[in-house]
Structure formats: structure tokens, C-alpha cells
Design a protein around this ligand. Structure first.
Ligand code: IMP
Ligand code: MG
Length: 185
């Protein structure tokens, strides 16, 4: 039973849903009359992106990219690798990166660097969560859902060792459910 593992629910399904609608409204206004390629970063952003998409009313293509910086642990390694590339040629196109959470910012800055080399017409960023305190590398965040504290979060796309992504809210786990290194946080 998940209830036994939850320490605290930080963002409820209701709050998520109203934020998603608000962000989609802004994106619809900003991209009116334009085409868009939505670049969803797997796997975490899948959940946020699929909710967001339901409210987007502009012509768009959805594509996926996968980069890894975390491996199985909870600390960023600083090393980022592209594990699945886009299928779309984004040259000359308006692109919007959709991410689950910006933490150190290393993953995002790497991604922006490689995507800019492909000469998109525009490249913006939409992140569900922003863990501001931990930033090492800053990039402009054009759309952001919630600013969150420096805690290890799970749910709504965020995983701990690949589990917990599928819960429709954002929460922290009780200490005993994390490995000892994280329980010290
Ligand atoms: P960054 O490169 O440090 O900004 O890390 C970004 C990636 O780390 C995100 O796409 C997440 O997959 C993962 N991440 C960062 N913070 C958390 C967290 O609190 N819970 C789960 N995953 C996280
Ligand atoms: Mg992850």
C-alpha cells in the first residue's frame, strides 16, 4: 500500500491539473499561428507532457529524446549521455523541450547545447518542477509549473530506482524506503 510509504504529498492531483491547464493556455497563446515540435524528455516528462498535450490547440508534432545523468542513484553524476535521439529533423522549426524537473540544470544545458547545433527556429523550455536551490548550470525556463524544495521527490513522472512514476501526485517517501545514502537527507 502506497499510503504507508508516503511521508508527504507536496503537490496534489488537483493542483497539478490546474497548473497544467494554466501552462497549456500560455503555450496556446504564445504559439498561435505557429507550428511546434514538442520534445519530451523520457521517461520522466511523459506524464506531464501527456496531460499538457490534451489542452494544446496548435498544430504540433510530439517527439521523444532520452538522456541520462542519474543512473540508479539520486545524485547527478555530472555526466550526461544521449540514449535515444529525436526522429524529427528540427532544423527551422519551433521547438519546446518538456522536462519533469530541473535540478542541477546539467541535463538541460547539455540538451540545449546539442539541439541548438541543429538550428531550430526557436527553442524554449517547459518544466513541471524547478528545484532552484540545487542549480549548477542556469538555462532560461520559459514555462515552469512549481518551484520545489531541495528534497528527493517521486510521483507524476519522477522515479526512485524507476518506481513511483505512475502515481498522479508528487510526494516524498519515508526514510526507510530510500537507501541509506538518501535517508540521511
Ligand atoms: P539535473 O541534470 O540535475 O537537472 O537532473 C535532471 C534529472 O534528474 C531529471 O530529469 C530527473 O530525472 C532527475 N531528478 C532530479 N531531481 C529529482 C527528484 O527529486 N526526484 C526524481 N528525479 C529527480
Ligand atoms: Mg530519473
Amino acid at each position: 500500500m502506497i499510503e504507508k510509504k508516503i511521508k508527504k504529498i507536496l503537490i496534489s492531483p488537483r493542483k497539478i491539473s490546474s497548473k497544467v491547464k494554466e501552462l497549456a493556455g500560455r503555450i496556446n497563446r504564445d504559439y498561435r499561428g505557429k507550428d511546434l515540435v514538442l520534445i519530451v524528455i523520457l521517461k520522466g516528462a511523459l506524464f506531464f507532457a501527456s496531460d499538457l498535450l490534451k489542452f494544446l490547440e496548435i498544430p504540433l508534432i510530439v517527439d521523444f529524446i532520452s538522456i541520462s545523468s542519474y543512473g540508479d542513484s539520486t545524485e547527478t553524476s555530472g555526466e550526461v549521455k544521449l540514449t535515444k535521439d529525436l526522429e524529427e529533423n528540427i532544423s527551422g522549426k519551433n521547438c519546446l523541450i518538456v522536462e519533469d524537473i530541473i535540478d542541477t540544470g546539467l541535463t538541460l544545458s547539455y540538451l540545449i547545447r546539442i539541439l541548438k547545433l541543429r538550428k531550430p527556429k526557436s527553442l524554449k523550455v517547459c518544466t513541471f518542477l524547478n528545484k532552484k536551490e540545487r542549480r549548477i548550470r542556469d538555462s532560461k525556463l520559459d514555462y515552469e509549473g512549481f518551484i520545489v524544495p531541495n528534497e528527493f521527490l517521486v510521483g507524476y513522472g519522477l522515479d526512485y530506482k524507476e518506481d513511483y512514476r505512475h502515481y498522479p501526485y508528487v510526494f516524498t517517501l519515508k526514510r526507510s524506503f530510500y537507501d541509506s545514502c538518501l535517508a540521511a537527507l
